[in-house]
Ligand binder design. Sequence first.
Ligand SMILES: O=C(O)c1cccc(C(=O)CC[C@H]2O[C@@H](n3cnc4c(=O)[nH]cnc43)[C@H](O)[C@@H]2O)c1
Length: 229
Amino acid sequence: MATAVPAERDAVARAFPGTVEHVHRPGVSLVRTSGSCDLLAAGVGPAAAAASTAAALTAAALKGRPYRLVVCAGIGGGFQPGAPVGSLVVSRTITVADLGAETADGFLPVTELGFGLVTHIPPRSLVRDAVQATGARSGTVLTVSTVTGTAARADALRARHPDALAEGMEGFGVAEAADAQGRPVLEIRAISNPVGPRDRAAWRIGEALEALTEGFGKLAPVLESWNTA
Ligand SMILES: O=C(O)c1cccc(C(=O)CC[C@H]2O[C@@H](n3cnc4c(=O)[nH]cnc43)[C@H](O)[C@@H]2O)c1
């Protein structure tokens, strides 16, 4: 499980029963729950998140205990009215919104330039089970390198991604690292602020962290049993 910062990691950890253990691997420090779920504060932004997640995945594989599933979790911006502050969003798709080229005719995603990927799709049954367990909304979660801060940018993102419910800064990086090692990925965002004009007074980080803990309390059994049948 990869979050951006320790506060998010600890909010997730609080949802798991029992004590945690600290595990150190080359390039990463992990918090391991008693149910053997590894939690990682992977850094802010897609590059840091990808690098840390890749290090954790490689370390686990070299130990002969590869992860079955990779989850990116944290607070995020919510597109209104679909994802109100305090709500939880589960990714049906994880899409990077700003990887590409700007042209006189608009934005071209990197795939249209002939490179890479812009979307990762979590297993449909996992999304369904996660939604059922938590009551979360499901939709596209966008990854951006720059937090949206104007109505114009929010409108442009909505126009290009009508299914977008949330934006964060790590999901696509975590997904790229998971995909490189053939692992499925899911993203969960607890909404701390609306996507739109910058308004620091409107952030509800404490409320979003509580929603993350509450959501993972319901999600933990789904994740722990996923794909073991
Ligand atoms: O300074 C600002 O206007 C601003 C607005 C929202 C978030 C930030 C952050 O520095 C937090 C980045 C951190 O939290 C996730 N996050 C939370 N809200 C959003 C958002 O609206 N858009 C993108 N990311 C968001 C993100 O995943 C980072 O880990 C600053």
